[in-house]
Design a protein. Structure first.
Ligand code: NAG
Ligand code: NAG
Ligand code: NAG
Ligand code: NAG
Ligand code: NAG
Ligand code: NAG
Ligand code: NAG
Ligand code: NAG
Ligand code: NAG
Length: 700
């Protein structure tokens, strides 16, 4: 245990140095700062760790792909953080994607093995999704997700694999001696529990220990080089990245992505978005029941409150009960929530002084989640179930309702839908119905036929520790209280046997494989969306509590290498792509591809560097300098598919008040596809706007 703790001693020295440094800035000037910085480095010569950070684009094709299909609001990035203590190495990757799937993880680890041999493995690499809902689909290997993604879509999947691997490559290449400091704080006014009626079913004594029904905690790690210069920031905060609502059709990294964007912009002054050495990762956490839409749900047709228990409206049903805010539209809401998260992280980053020292650990197992016996108390056990989704799954949430007439909180089936289900997919077995009670089963995914299963059985459980920081990689969306129970259990194991109670445990959500939601046993009884989506039954959390405790105990005893590996997950061949092949693109007569005004510009190729640039004329050199790309917050790239295989690309630049005055032009870059006989030919094109002026009053 000795290795895992926060340094006690270097700390006070550091704080003193920082105060002196601050005084030096205000009174004496720059020369002294350099002097003091040197003294600091000199008197504390042994940096604790080797640290590497890397960021790479993983956007994929922004057109003709389900989930999001028509342009770019912001690009998506993968951000990797590598830490090495001289003996062991751990990697944490936060990816701007809905979730990490088992297929994605298997492909990434395969690619890393080819490049690095056994350096990066299942046990020491965590891949976590930020949970943006405005990212690509099509990178899953289980039937339910394959159907909802319209297949396994190679271009999407490959862009993600390549982007993640590239971010690890960059982090690997940047490794150098450094230090880590931690800081904790709370963020108010940026999250709301969207199933308070489920939360209230948790025991009173347990709820009394917490002030709020969502976690407001923000954990920040400041990563520096040996001289104390910041190289990166990693943080965790629990909120759904759904400020952009279901009407959005553009790729967007949403609120969490905007927080990364802002902190990186701060630290990489003068670089374009997605460029610059400093990497700021904002990771998801126990966000299962946490909405960013802080004005809460109302019936949008009448303005009246929704029904509390079933989130339905008297007129229009579930679909009309929508949560929104805090902004006037979804773009403003994304900006406000993202900015709040950024501001708090920046503040905590600025005052992170508690150094993290101690050895690294990594514990990992594969678990058959359909087959776990859970010890409930000294006399009773229970079991997890074959996967199944309940009726309320189809109701959706107040952050995005379902299309059909399902409502949340259903503890009885609906003869109409059950009849259709039985006829098409077969009736759930009595055993599975019994196991999931009180969930009325809509889809008994563990019992449906086919070569490829509908849901996974084998799931990753994993914990990595960096000194006194423990990262629990959770394979889904844990509710607030589920996350609290897991953190508490893991902390208890890690702190036991140690005289220090200083481990900070964080939940890294949407990690490694997607298994929907994980509620507490009590929340499950209410069967709102989250409970209906807890696919391994009422004892799912109980099973994870046992498994994560087991990993934490192994770490505390230094025995993680003795952990059983568990059953390996499958890797399915021949996954279907249900999308029709992209047809050849056409243009109206007497025009050319790339023609401005009549922009008939279908987007085709995967991972173009940018689809647009905003360029300013440099008077001194008469050259054009790129000031924005499609990764910029101020730009939007829309792709509208028309009839006759014609489509328009529109570039929007919302000129910010801070824009430099001068002459500008906007350029668009793309690819189109033609058939030459039976052979598809893909050609690059570009179009450039006329030069325009941004003047003092730029309203036009
Ligand atoms: C929702 O619950 C209310 C009572 O709380 C009920 O009147 C209403 O019919 C329910 N809506 C649906 C669609 O089940
Ligand atoms: C999404 O946000 C837009 C405003 O940006 C609003 O007009 C629309 O009603 C919202 N839709 C849903 C389903 O929340
Ligand atoms: C998981 O456990 C179930 C129940 O024991 C078993 O039927 C199934 O074959 C197991 N799955 C795998 C992949 O081992
Ligand atoms: C153990 O749990 C079972 C099932 O919930 C319950 O019936 C029983 O009373 C409990 N036993 C003890 C000793 O708490
Ligand atoms: C949903 O619609 C079907 C068909 O109209 C109807 O039979 C069923 O009762 C409805 N279910 C609910 C919960 O309203
Ligand atoms: C479930 O049990 C009932 C009565 O015990 C029986 O009639 C029914 O056929 C069973 N259903 C299935 C799917 O086994
Ligand atoms: C450490 O934890 C134990 C058990 O929970 C508690 O009794 C003790 O007061 C704690 N010590 C500190 C320093 O917090
Ligand atoms: C593309 O833009 C042209 C000119 O503005 C317009 O006439 C045409 O309808 C647009 N096509 C599509 C598919 O939006
Ligand atoms: C833009 O297109 C023109 C004409 O096809 C080509 O000559 C030029 O190289 C392209 N420019 C860029 C930057 O791709």
């Amino acid at each position: 245990m000795a290795g895992r703790r926060v340094a006690c001693c270097g700390l006070s020295f550091l704080a003193v140095t920082m105060i002196v440094l601050f005084l030096a800035i205000t009174s004496v000037g720059v020369a002294l700062i350099t002097l003091l910085a040197l003294r600091n480095a000199h008197s504390d010569p042994d940096p604790t760790y080797l640290i590497g950070v890397g960021r790479a684009d993983c956007t994929g094709p922004p057109a003709d792909i389900p989930l999001t299909a028509a342009g770019i609001h912001t690009r998506l990035f993968s951000r990797a953080f590598i830490v090495d203590d001289g003996k062991r190495r751990v990697v944490f990757v936060t990816v701007e994607v809905g979730m990490v799937s088992q297929r994605l993880r298997l492909e990434v680890l395969k690619a890393l093995e080819v490049k690095y041999g056994p350096l990066y493995r299942h046990d020491n690499v965590v891949l976590s999704g930020t949970h943006t809902h405005a990212g690509p689909a099509g990178y899953f290997q289980y039937t339910l997700f394959i159907i909802t993604s319209k297949g396994y879509i190679k271009p999407s999947a490959q862009a993600l694999v390549d982007g993640i691997v590239q971010s690890v490559d960059l982090a690997h290449r940047s490794i150098k001696p450094g230090r880590i400091y931690r800081s904790l704080g709370t963020l108010e006014d940026s999250s709301l529990n969207r199933s308070p009626q489920s939360y209230l079913n948790n025991p009173q004594e347990e709820r009394d220990r917490y002030k709020t029904n969502t976690d407001k905690q923000v954990v920040v790690l400041r990563l520096t080089d040996a001289d104390g210069v910041g190289v990166g920031m990693l943080s965790w905060f629990a909120v759904h990245a759904v400020s952009m609502n279901s009407t959005n059709r553009m790729v967007s990294s949403d609120n969490m992505g905007y927080a990364s964007y802002l902190l990186e912009e701060d630290q990489n002054r003068g670089s374009l978005p997605g460029e610059g050495a400093f990497v700021a990762g904002f990771s998801s956490s126990n966000l299962g029941d946490v909405s960013p839409n802080t004005r809460g749900p109302v019936c949008v047709n009448t303005g009246l409150p929704c029904d509390y228990l079933n989130s339905s409206c008297p007129v229009g049903g579930t679909k009309m009960c929508q949560a929104s805010g805090p902004g006037e539209d979804m773009f403003e809401s994304t900006r406000i929530i993202g900015h709040n998260i950024y501001k708090k992280a920046k503040e905590l980053y600025g005052k992170a002084e508690e150094e993290v020292t101690g050895s690294l650990h990594a514990a990992h197992q594969w678990v058959n989640m359909t087959d776990v016996t859970v010890q409930i108390n000294s006399t009773h056990t229970a079991r997890t179930c074959k996967p199944a989704l309940g009726h309320s799954f189809a109701a959706g949430t107040t952050d995005g309702g379902g299309e059909l007439n399902f409502t949340q909180g259903a503890v009885e089936g609906d003869p109409f839908w059950d009849g259709i289900r039985d006829a098409l997919l077969g009736e759930p077995s009595n055993e599975t119905q019994e196991c999931h009670r009180p969930k009325p089963i809509l889809l008994s995914t563990g019992e449906m036929p086919g070569r490829i299963p509908w849901h996974p059985e084998i799931v990753d459980v994993q914990i990595i520790t960096i000194g006194s920081i423990a990262v629990v990689a959770v394979p889904g969306e844990m509710t607030t209280m589920s996350g609290r129970r897991i953190r508490e259990a893991v902390k208890q194991e890690l702190d036991s046997g140690s005289s220090l109670n200083d481990t900070v445990v964080v939940i890294a959500g949407l990690s490694n494989i997607y298994t929907h939601y994980i509620t507490t046993y009590e929340e499950y009884q209410i069967q709102r969306y989250e409970g209906a989506s807890t696919i391994y039954g009422p004892h799912t959390l109980g099973a994870y509590l046992q498994k994560f405790r087991h990993l934490a105990r192994a770490i505390a005893q230094g025995k993680e290498s003795e952990l059983e590996r568990g059953p390996e997950p499958p890797f399915f061949d021949k996954l279907p792509n249900l999308l029709p092949a992209a047809p050849a693109d056409k243009k109206p007569v007497n025009t050319r591809f790339g023609e401005v005004l009549e922009q008939v510009l279908p987007v085709y190729r995967v991972r173009d560097k940018t689809f647009l640039t905003v360029e300013v004329l440099q008077k001194t050199t008469s050259s054009w300098e790129v000031v924005h790309t499609d990764a910029s917050w101020e730009t939007r790239f829309h792709w509208v598919k028309g009839s006759y295989r014609q489509s328009n690309a529109t570039v929007e630049w919302r000129v910010p008040p801070s824009a430099q005055l001068g002459s500008y032009r906007i350029r668009h870059f793309g690819h189109y596809k033609e058939m030459k006989g039976f052979r598809p030919v893909i050609t690059a094109y570009n179009g450039t706007s006329a030069v325009f002026t941004v003047s003092q009053t730029y309203y036009y």
